[in-house]
Ligand binder design. Sequence first.
Ligand code: FAD
Length: 325
Amino acid sequence: MSKKVLVLGEVREGSLRNVSFEAIAAAKQIADGGEVVGVLIGDGIASVASELVAYGADRVVTVEHPHLKAYTSDGFGQAFMAIAEQENPEAIVFGHTALGKDLSPKIASKLQSGLISDVTEIEGAGDTALFIRPIYSGKAFEKVKVKDGIVFVTIRPNNIAPLVKDESRTGSVAAISVDITNLRTIIKEVVRKSTAGVDLSEAKVVVAGGRGVKSEEGFAPLKELANVLGGAVGASRGACDADYCDYSLQIGQTGKVVTPDLYIAAGISGAIQHLAGMSNSKVIVAINKDPEANIFKVADYGIVGDLFEVIPLLIEEFKALKVNA
Ligand code: FAD
């Protein structure tokens, strides 16, 4: 049976995050010919509604309010619930992002639905869809089927391909007014540690450094390589604990989970807790002085050597390839 699916579009600094387009592709599959309704919550966000349509949403519903300029679970919860009550969806898709991870359990409990989080693949469509998600820190995968009630899933960024953007697609955009009340917090200002660079959880290329990088300055060549490849810099907890970089870069069981097309691990031993955050990357390149390092067990390409000698060579080669391309 076809379904009506609500998809939460995430806007950051005026632009939709890629995971929103991936969520629409997932929603199309779940809808199985039914309707996909994009949801935008914020302040001054209606301008991006047409992009959700171009990526496959049949129509878009927006809630705008000055108190929704920055995310709070109270404010976004009230706005999303107002839309859910109006639309009565059979399925809901969020990105498995910091926002999605925070908001989805709250909405699921209010709707008395289940929640399938961190989905990396969907097999089948509509009522027979099977949702595949990693378990035991990525060591195994389970397939989950929803027997009844609302199908509510969060999808891991960079795993489900978005549909091809088609600017000629049309779909209505309707604003609904929600009285946002009794907020326990109102965010006045967001000060980001770093505004530059590619978002780590959505990056197609990640260059990650570990304790082998040895210092904050040691991250400079990794940043340059990431820059040349249009990617983001990440780190092991070892590097973060040693104060070589900020914890916002930490990848792993207690950090971010990434699935880029290319993951370059430099000076990282490959502890199980680190692998939990990156082992599903499409291609893994490991650079380590120790040929016995565990990271080589998950690497597609291994370079046994000193990262301070190898990375400058890679930078040189990639720069030359880009010039000749
Ligand atoms: P090390 O294990 O010290 O490895 C450094 C590597 O660098 C070595 O393999 C060495 O051969 C290599 N090296 C040294 N110099 C060079 C050089 N010049 N060139 C090339 N290679 C060099 N860790 C995470 O990463 N993410 C997590 O989310 C996480 N969560 C955890 C949760 C719990 C509950 C616990 C207990 C641990 C967690 N850890 C996590 C920590 C994890 O167990 C490891 O301690 C950590 O990943 C090690 O970091 P590392 O590989 O950078 O350091």
